[in-house]
Design a protein around this ligand. Structure first.
Ligand code: DLZ
Length: 152
């Protein structure tokens, strides 16, 4: 984990079934988030991994609920939403965040939140787990989801 006050988490996910759901907007940044997520899954000894691609972050919650209902122990949602000149940003961010938290609460299946909601592309690159990035939010979402499964 990174950022002020963030805990250090290195959970062991041996035997867990994890589904990673990833949007497709902003390809380079998504590639970084996905690579970070897979690095963290390997580090946590998770071998049962399914990956689902959806068009945009708005579609993440419906895929997450399907994955939870299909028996995943945890779901990790990855996306990138960059503020534009219209209110669309707020609507997509709100649908993704509220939708994903609703899935976790209703199904009881932990959902790791790896959706970057940023003002510009540089903020996203800084958090994408790419060479030169300060943070690796894809990996952090995996670690949080696994740690929550273990805690429950
Ligand atoms: C429409 C849209 C816009 C403007 N921006 C983004 C974005 O920055 N990131 C993202 O993941 N998705 C975006 N979308 C697409 C919506 O999430 C959704 O896929 C479409 O509205 C179709 O339902």
């Amino acid at each position: 984990m990174s950022g002020a006050g963030a805990p250090t988490i290195s959970p062991d996910g041996t035997g867990l079934r994890i589904t990673v759901i990833a949007a497709q907007w902003h390809t380079e940044i998504m590639d970084g988030l996905l690579a970070g997520a897979h690095r963290a899954l390997i580090a946590a000894n998770v071998t049962h991994v399914k990956e689902i691609r959806v068009p945009g972050s708005f579609e993440l919650p419906v895929a997450a609920v399907r994955a939870a209902e299909a028996g995943a122990d945890a779901v990790v949602a990855l996306g990138v939403v960059i503020r534009g000149g219209t209110p669309h940003f707020e609507y997509v961010c709100q649908a993704a965040t509220l939708g994903l938290s609703d899935v976790a609460i209703r199904t009881g299946v932990p959902v790791g939140f790896g959706v970057l909601t940023v003002d510009d592309e540089q903020q996203a690159l800084d958090r994408a787990g790419l060479p030169g990035s300060r943070e690796d939010k894809g990996a952090e979402a995996v670690e949080a989801a696994i740690a929550t499964v273990i805690a429950l």
